[in-house]
Structure formats: C-alpha cells, structure tokens
Write a protein of this length. Structure first.
Length: 376
C-alpha cells in the first residue's frame, strides 16, 4: 500500500490523492502561518480577513520579512494570476477575494498575469486564439471584483511578450532542464514550451521593481499547487539581482463531487462565475455533502461539515460572516438541519452573489483596456 505521501501529488499540473496540508508544508519547505504572524496582519491591515481567520490561507514564505520591510517604510506589491483554460470558477474567486482585501488594506500596486501561452502549450485541444479569448473573459471576473484601475495591471502573456521576454530569458538562463524535470515531473515527451514556461510565470514577481528601478518586495497569494513555479523562481531571482517573492498559500476549495478536484475543464466539478441560476441550482443540488444515509439517521447523529462541499463553499466564498457560518455548522452537526435545507440556503446566496457579479462582469467589458499593463 502506498502511503498518503506517496499517493498525494500537488503540482501546478496535477493534484491527486488525499491532500495533507501539514505534510505539504514540510515537503515544500514552507512555514505555517502562526498566531504571531496573524497579529502582524491584523495590526497592519486593521482587520483579519475571514480567509485568514478560518485558516484557508495557512502557510507562507517570507511574510515576516515582508512585514519587517513594511515597518521600515518599504511596502510590497501584489502579484497573482490565472491560467485561462476556461471560465473562472468559484475556487479561483477565493484568490481574487483575498487579493482585493490586500489591495484595499495596503493600497499597493497589483500585477495580474493571464497565461494564455501556458494553457496553449499544456493543452493540445486548445488553440492560442481560445486561450487568449478566455484570458479576456477571466480578466472580466477580476475587474468585476472592484480592483482599482490605477493600481492594477493586467498582463496577457502573448500580448505583453515584449515586456516579459527580455526578463524571462534572464530567468530561463539560470534554470536547468533537470530542475524543471524534477520540479514538475516533466519527461522527454513534454514540449519545450512547457519546459520554458516557468520563466514567464517568474517575471511579474520582479516587474514592479524593474519598472520603478529599485527592489520592491512582492507578495503572491495562491493555492499551494502553484508553489512549484515559485520554488524555482525564488532560487533564481536573487542571482539576477532581485528579491525572492513572498508567498501566501491557501488550501483548495474542493470540487462538488466526492473527493473530486475542482477543474476549469470539468464543468460539473465547480460552479463557474458565468453559470446561470438554473445551472447553479442544479450543480449545488447534486453536490456531495457530509449528510448521513437517511433523514432519521441524520437527525439523530448530525451531519459532518468537515467533508461537505456545500459547507466549503460557505466557508471560502458565500458566507464571510463568522456568526452565520457558526450557526450553519451548529445546526448541521446537531442534526437540526438536513442537507436539503442547507443546499437551499447555499443556492440562494450563490445565485444572489453571482447575479451581481455577472452584472459587474458585463460592465467590465468596456474597462479592460484601462487595466491592461501599458508596455513601456
Ligand atoms: P490557475 O488558473 O490554475 O489558478 C489560478 C489561481 O487559483 C488557484 N486555485 C484555487 N484556489 C482555491 N481553490 C481551488 N479549487 C483552486 N484552483 C485553483 C490557483 O492556485 C491559482 O492561485 N499558472 C497559473 C497562473 C498564474 C499564477 C501566477 C497563479 C500565473 N502567475 C501567480 C498564481 C500566482 C495557473 O494556471 O493558475
């Protein structure tokens, strides 16, 4: 029998097995977010975001240094991204929600990379026109979250190559094939676009420093699957004269089916930001929960929110208020509320949230140009 550690795989290109986050932190050489770090967040931001309070962002690299620099008067900038293989799902939204909180509280520049090149080289089914189309669709979701246009710079790799390429080759020169092979599990049959790509993902972590002409710390919120790119980048960037970016790792919003991963290429695994109300309702009605075999048993024993995909949706996106979430949890565990009622509440909240998001998303169509990074 393979151990958990053997069967668990978490890379940007494969997530499988039961995810043990504590093991991952050790395996990747990161650090758990502790009470002292949360205190510093609270002190500087004025309040702790619910995704920090609930331990969804749970691990980090170099955030203590980021706060040290901030206290010395050297604030950071933010960097985040999305691989446009399809529409944005609710899991991706958690990253946008958290980054928005960081921009609001710290009033710092934010670079957002849309990797139409990455999704093209990694997916033989998709043309570059398709990944570029989804890059612009995903940009609408970001803009709809209310980021500030004068502080937010959207990068589309295939369109901003003139800015990125001279920096990417400086990074690429320092990364050996054996490093990417070991980091991503590449073999001889991977194409050379895949092998080169990580140097493109590294670049926005220094782009602000390059633009302002001095080293500025960079903070990257992401789910832990993306860590591999930055393990490589963090080794290389100091060698070419820049800071290593600091990282904030989040857990995943689980897929809607039991044990399943949320995937942009599997429409049933997730609610997408463009789903109409009927589709939202159908997906959430069919979602895996922590309910018992029948109503009588559940009334007696209670449900289990720890394994429930509906509860995870509340926790990560649709229920920021701790008191409301606590009440849902209490009613579930005590057997007072059954899954049908709980799903109904989730459907109502998700529909309201996404209907508003979809309106703002349409308004964003006229704003994309304001947000695109202006090449020098
Ligand atoms: P992508 O498009 O796979 O994912 C975008 C971001 O969403 C996170 N994520 C999730 N978070 C919570 N729950 C989930 N179920 C879930 N699924 C995905 C990812 O970890 C990621 O943070 N190569 C990248 C694009 C990229 C990028 C970056 C991401 C370029 N530069 C900098 C983060 C930071 C990609 O394909 O992400």
């Amino acid at each position: 029998m393979p151990s958990d550690e053997d069967s668990m795989v978490v890379t940007p290109y494969e997530v499988k097995g039961d995810i043990d986050y504590d093991k991952l932190v050790k395996q990747f050489g990161a650090e758990l977010i502790d009470a002292a770090l949360l205190k510093r967040f609270e002190k500087h931001a004025g309040e702790l975001h619910y995704l920090l309070r609930r331990g969804v962002y749970f691990s980090h690299r170099d955030m203590k240094w980021v706060f040290d620099e901030l206290e010395k008067g050297n604030p950071f900038f933010l960097y985040n991204g999305r691989g446009p293989s399809g529409h944005t799902h609710i899991g991706h939204l958690t990253q946008f929600i958290f980054t928005k909180y960081m921009q609001d509280k710290f009033q710092v520049p934010f670079y957002f990379q849309l990797t139409d090149d990455e999704k093209f080289v990694h997916n033989f089914e998709m043309t570059l026109e398709q990944t570029n189309f989804f890059a612009r669709e995903n940009a609408l979701d970001l803009i709809a979250m209310g980021f500030e246009p004068d502080k937010t710079h959207i990068i589309i790799d295939s369109e901003h190559a003139g800015t990125l390429y001279p920096l990417a080759i400086r990074v690429a020169k320092r990364i050996t094939f054996s490093t990417v092979r070991a980091t991503f599990g590449f073999t001889n049959s991977h194409n050379i676009g895949q092998i080169f790509y990580t140097s493109f993902q590294a670049v926005p972590s220094i782009l602000h420093s390059v633009r302002v002409g001095r080293n500025v710390p960079c903070v990257i919120p992401l789910a832990i699957d993306q860590d591999a790119h930055f393990r490589v980048a963090r080794d290389v960037l100091p060698k070419i004269g820049y800071f290593s970016p600091a990282i904030l790792h989040s857990k995943f919003l689980p897929g809607l089916q039991q044990g399943g991963k949320m995937s942009a290429s599997d429409p049933e695994s997730a609610v997408f930001t463009v789903d109409p109300p009927k589709v939202i309702e159908k997906k959430l009605r069919n979602a895996f929960t922590g309910g018992r075999g029948n109503a009588a048993e559940q009334r007696k024993l209670g449900g289990n929110p720890d394994i429930c995909s509906i509860f995870a949706n509340y926790q990560l996106v649709f229920m920021p208020e701790d008191d409301k979430l606590g009440e849902i949890e209490r009613r579930c565990r005590s057997g007072e509320m059954l899954c049908g009622e709980c799903k109904g509440i989730c459907i109502e909240l998700a529909t309201e949230y996404l209907t508003k998001h979809q309106e703002r998303r349409e308004e964003a169509r006229d704003k994309i140009e304001d947000f695109l990074l202006k090449d020098p």
